[in-house]
Design a protein around this ligand. Structure first.
Ligand SMILES: Nc1ncnc2c1ncn2[C@@H]1O[C@H](COP(=O)(O)OP(=O)(O)OP(=O)(O)O)[C@@H](O)[C@H]1O
Length: 238
């Protein structure tokens, strides 16, 4: 699939009766990169999980290109081009790296595995290792590569750098940037490392208690120290 736009309109969602997101609206043009920022517990993961169809949606539209996917279950959303890499890095620990990647092929030929190995050469080196034998960074690479093999047009990444050493973070961010440049995919990134997110993204959305508190370009936020301090609770970018 090629990159598609993502449009979210008046989205309210939560868990059972507990409303977390309130009237969230934003749009991400095809092929561009949005970073979703916010302090802990502000609804970032809930937003991605809602886009992926894994929470209770009260109302609102979610469009990939011209298709409204809001009433679809998770699996058909994936068929419409939505790729989701959750914070939990849902890999299969008892399968090898290569077997994990097979799951992502979704009917594509085995030769397509080359795309995953080109993106993350470490996975090729460890292709016969079990998922449980991978480091945190390698698990993140595997989870991302498996999703990418499904050729999503919109890719949701939830805190891919969490708990990883700086050198691995750089490796991952470089791979994501390369993917965004050449892979024909629209990317929504939830990240705590603000500077990494700003370096990566074209546009930024800040969530505060489940609502959009600020949106603009990465450049605008980088210069807006007051907003960074008020909404992200940090004195400077890191
Ligand atoms: N499965 C769940 N059931 C009920 N409430 C939940 C569930 N998951 C999250 N919440 C609540 O929803 C709110 C938003 O949580 P969410 O994980 O979306 O925030 P976040 O911005 O991603 O936080 P963090 O940066 O800490 O990961 C929090 O108050 C959290 O306690």
């Amino acid at each position: 699939m090629s990159a598609a736009s993502l449009e979210v309109e008046n989205l309210s969602a939560g868990y059972g009766p507990m409303r977390i997101l309130e009237n969230v609206s934003f749009s991400v043009p095809a092929g561009s990169r949005l970073a979703v920022l916010g302090r802990n517990g502000m609804g970032k993961t809930t937003l991605l999980a809602t886009l992926a169809g894994q929470t209770r949606r009260y109302h609102g539209a979610i469009r990939i290109g011209a298709t409204d996917i809001a009433n679809l279950q998770s699996a058909p959303r994936a068929h419409c081009g939505l790729g989701y890499v959750p914070q939990t890095r849902d890999i299969f620990p008892t399968l090898t790296v290569e077997e994990n990647l097979f799951v992502g092929l979704k009917g594509r030929p085995r030769s397509a595995l080359r795309e995953a190995y080109d993106m993350f050469p470490r996975l090729f080196e460890r292709r016969r290792n079990l998922g449980s034998q991978l480091s945190g960074g390698e698990q993140q690479m595997l989870s991302t590569a498996r999703t990418i093999l499904g050729k999503p047009s919109v890719l949701l990444l939830d805190e891919p750098l969490e708990g990883l050493a700086p050198v691995i973070c750089e490796e991952l961010m470089a791979a994501f940037s390369e993917l965004a440049k050449t892979g024909g995919v629209t990317i929504v990134l939830v990240e705590q490392r603000i500077q990494s997110a700003l370096d990566f993204a074209d546009a930024v959305l800040i969530l505060e208690r489940g609502r959009v508190a600020w949106s603009g370009t990465s450049g605008e936020l980088g210069e807006n120290h007051q907003t960074v301090e008020e909404l992200l609770g940090v004195g400077g970018l890191h």
